[in-house]
Design a protein around this ligand. Structure first.
Ligand code: PLP
Length: 409
C-alpha cells in the first residue's frame, strides 16, 4: 500500500502546527533567532530556490564564458542589490551575502587569510566565546593554533589592559573578536591599533550583534579598526538563516571572495540572498529605531527582573548594550535551587521560549511591538512562571494576541 499521501498529510500538519505555534502562539526570547518580515519570508519561496548562477569569467573547452549557467540575468541583479545594501549598512566597500550561515562565513573569511600554523587569539567558550573557535573545531580543521583572549567575570567582558597584554605576549596572526554570550561592545579602536602595530589582523564575528550594528547601536567595527566583519544574518539581524562578510580592505576581500566559489561554497541559495537583501533594505529604513528599541528592552527587562528577584548579570554600563541578558547562574542556583535548563522548561510550559543556557533575547519581541514600558509585565510573567512555577500559558497567549503585525518592516 502506498503510504506517501498519509505521510505528506502528517508533514503538512506538523509544519502548520509549528508555524502557528512559533509565529503566533509564543513570545520568543531566544537571542539566536528572529522573525522574518512578511516580504523577506515570501522571497524564500521564490523560483530562485531551485536556481544556480556563478557570475565571473571562466574558460571552458577553449571558450571564455561569463557565467557557467544560463538564465541568470535577474538573479545576478538580486545578489548585487543585497551585497550593495550590506556594504552600506556595515560601512565597508566590499560585501558578500553568499555564506550559508555564520559558521560558513567564519570559514570563508578566515581560511584564506590564515594559513596552516597561524596563531589566533579567540575568546574561549567558557568565557562566552563561540564553540566553533575552540581548539577541536575550526582550528583543528584549518591547522590554527588558538590561544585564549581573556573575557572577565560572569558578564564575559573584554577588558582593554588584559587584551593588550595578551596580544603583546602572544603576537598572534589574528585577533578574533566576537562572542555567543555578548553584552557589551569592545574597546576595539585601542585593540586594533595595538594588533595592527604588531602585524596582526583584527577579525570581528558579529553573528549576535549584526542587527544592532546595522541600526547604529553597539559599535561600528570596520570604522573602529576591524579588518573584516562577518556573521550570521538571523540573530539580532532579522533575516533568513545565512551569513555575510564585509570589509573595506580590497586585498583581503579579494582573497575571501575567491573562497566563495569551489572552496567553501558552490551554490549559495539565491532565494535566501533575495530574502536577506529585503531584510537589509528594511534595516536601511528602520534599523536605528529597531536597534534602539532592542537595547531599551534589554535595559528595562534586566532592571525589572532584578527588582522581582531573578538574578541578571550587570556590567559597567547597565545590564546590557545588546539584545541579550545573561542570568547569573551561580546566584540562581544558590538562591532558587534551579539552573537555566530547568527554568527554560518551566517557561516553555507558559509559552515563553528561551535557550537552556541562561540567555534571554530581546530582539524578536521588539519586532513584535514590545517596548521598554512593557518589560515589567514580561518580567512578571517570567518570574511567576519560572520561580513560582505558575502555569501561565493562557495569560501569555492572550497577551500575545495583541501583537499581530511585525514592526520595522
Ligand atoms: C559568535 C558566533 N559565531 C558564529 C556562530 C555560528 O552561526 P550559524 O549558526 O549561523 O552558523 C554562532 C552561533 O551561535 C555564534 O554565536
Amino acid at each position: 500500500m502506498d503510504e506517501a499521501p498519509g505521510r505528506e498529510a502528517d508533514l503538512a500538519r506538523a509544519l502548520a502546527a509549528h508555524d502557528r505555534w512559533r509565529s503566533r502562539g509564543v513570545f520568543n526570547l531566544l537571542p539566536s533567532e528572529n522573525a522574518l518580515s512578511p516580504t523577506a519570508r515570501r522571497y524564500l519561496s521564490s523560483d530562485l530556490a531551485g536556481r544556480y548562477t556563478l557570475p565571473g569569467e571562466v574558460e571552458f573547452g577553449g571558450e571564455k564564458i561569463s557565467n557557467s549557467y544560463g538564465g541568470t540575468k535577474f538573479a545576478d541583479q538580486v545578489e548585487a542589490i543585497a551585497n550593495g545594501s550590506a556594504a552600506r549598512l556595515f560601512h565597508g566597500r566590499f560585501a558578500t551575502t553568499r555564506p550559508l550561515s555564520g559558521h560558513v562565513a567564519a570559514m570563508a573569511a578566515l581560511a584564506p587569510l590564515l594559513p596552516r600554523g597561524s596563531k589566533i587569539l579567540a575568546i574561549p567558550p567558557t568565557q562566552g566565546g563561540y564553540d566553533g573557535y575552540a581548539p577541536g573545531f575550526l582550528p583543528a580543521l584549518f591547522g590554527w593554533n588558538v590561544r585564549p583572549l581573556p573575557a572577565s567575570g560572569p558578564g564575559h567582558l573584554v577588558v582593554l589592559e588584559e587584551a593588550l597584554e595578551e596580544i603583546r605576549r602572544e603576537r598572534p596572526n589574528a585577533v578574533l573578536l566576537g562572542q555567543s554570550f555578548f553584552l557589551f561592545p569592545y574597546p576595539l579602536k585601542e585593540i586594533a591599533e595595538e594588533a595592527h602595530r604588531l602585524g596582526s589582523l583584527v577579525l570581528y564575528d558579529a553573528s549576535h550583534v549584526l542587527g544592532l550594528i546595522a541600526g547604529g547601536e553597539f559599535q561600528d567595527p570596520l570604522r573602529e579598526g576591524a579588518d573584516v566583519l562577518y556573521g550570521s544574518t538571523h540573530k539580532s539581524l532579522p533575516g533568513p538563516q545565512g551569513g555575510l562578510i564585509v570589509s573595506d580592505r580590497e586585498e583581503l576581500f579579494r582573497q575571501i571572495d575567491l573562497s566563495m566559489t569551489w572552496r567553501v561554497l558552490d551554490n549559495a541559495h539565491w532565494n535566501r540572498i533575495a530574502s536577506l537583501g529585503q531584510t537589509l533594505l528594511e534595516l536601511e529604513r528602520f534599523g536605528p529605531e529597531y536597534a534602539r528599541t532592542i537595547v531599551g528592552n534589554s535595559q528595562a527587562l534586566g532592571k525589572a527582573l532584578v527588582e522581582k528577584g531573578l538574578p541578571v548579570i550587570q556590567g559597567p554600563d547597565g545590564f546590557s548594550r545588546s539584545h541579550q541578558l545573561l542570568l547569573d547562574r551561580d546566584v540562581l542556583r544558590a538562591r532558587h535551587s534551579v539552573g537555566p535548563g530547568e527554568l527554560s522548561l518551566r517557561w516553555e510550559r507558559s509559552r515563553l521560549l528561551t535557550d537552556r543556557v541562561g540567555r534571554l533575547g530581546t530582539a524578536e519581541v521588539a519586532r513584535l511591538g514590545l517596548t521598554p514600558e512593557m518589560m515589567p509585565r514580561l518580567a512578571d510573567l517570567l518570574v511567576r512562571s519560572g520561580l513560582a512555577k505558575e502555569r501561565l500559558a493562557k495569560e501569555v497567549a492572550s497577551w500575545r494576541k495583541e501583537f499581530r503585525n511585525l514592526r520595522f518592516v
